[in-house]
Design a protein around this ligand. Sequence first.
Ligand code: FA5
Length: 360
Amino acid sequence: MSPTAPGADTPDARSIVGELDRLAQGFREDISALSTEQEIRLAQARYLGKKGLASELMKTLGRLPPADRPAVGEAANKTRAAIEGAVATRLAALADAALVGDLARTIDVTLPGRGRPLGTLHPLTLVRREIEGIFAALGFEIRTGPWLETEWNNFDALNTPADHPARDMQDTFFVEGDFILRSHTSPVQIRTMLAGPPPVKIIAPGNVFRRDDDATHTPMFPQVEGLSVGASVSFRDLQATLFYFVQRFFGAGTEIRLRPSFFPFTEPSAEVDASCFLCQAKAPARATCRLCKGSGWIEIGGAGMVHPNVFKAVGYDKHDVTGFAFGMGLSRMAMLKYGISDLRLFYENDLRFLQQFPPG
Ligand code: FA5
């Protein structure tokens, strides 16, 4: 390709501009067929190099009338930019194609993926969630309270003054200052009633702490508290609620039994037993049942009607309201549900144990 001019001595500005345009177009066509960077760079030099086609064309610039030179200069710059742009675009396309080629060579997309181990939910979490769901269906709200508690919330307001022998029933961890580690979830009853007027219908799951440590007792364990207070809440309501709960949690056909007991914050008070869901409390399986040890019943917690002194402590009028409360050991429930014989398994974080539970 060579510049065309009307006459050797009088180059024509318009034809040079046209020639420059054709140069850019010709370059694009040339490099579209090239497939290596080296070839492309050589082509670039053939057009833009010192002795390249564009440079040759520009040599005629000096012979143009001065008035025409700016337009030709501008066209020359555009041609240079177009050629450089085309080089960059073509090189980028080649790099992309090379990458795709590399990937196709190194990744076999038909191979199975690398498996990631799936975490599972802790059995105590599974049981807590299940219990929350059952009580939520009965209209109970979920409340929580702090682990560090005042003695007043944990004992005094629950009708257990400092010299009350019942304080010894729960061997308590004392913390510097005026706090203790709560020994049961019952202080959430107090916090909830202090926070607002009746009616109240809550369950409160959470960890509690006692100086206990053997196969059926750990120094920290989860409980779930229940409290229902209103104008005419009765012992019948407590029985019906617990009955509904055991049927859903342990299965239809499960019975409950309430045995007279003592808690300072309830009157009357009861121990709550569920009929053994393993032997169904029926002979002959019952005689050798490892779960209920032949009794047909399994203890799941304590319960009772809220003591008038508890209402007094939180400023409720005992003439206006009655209520029931219950407290169950959540780890005990998980042991029963999953047939786990040692409570300490829950806290050892042994993956062989934990991986037996579903992801949730
Ligand atoms: C209480 O803690 C009462 N606050 C329950 C209550 C609430 C009664 C409301 C009335 C009204 P108790 O100390 O029995 O009660 O504990 C309740 C349950 O916690 C027990 O039945 C048992 O399942 C579980 N539990 C007690 N100590 C431990 C422990 N060290 N490790 C695991 N579970 C325990």
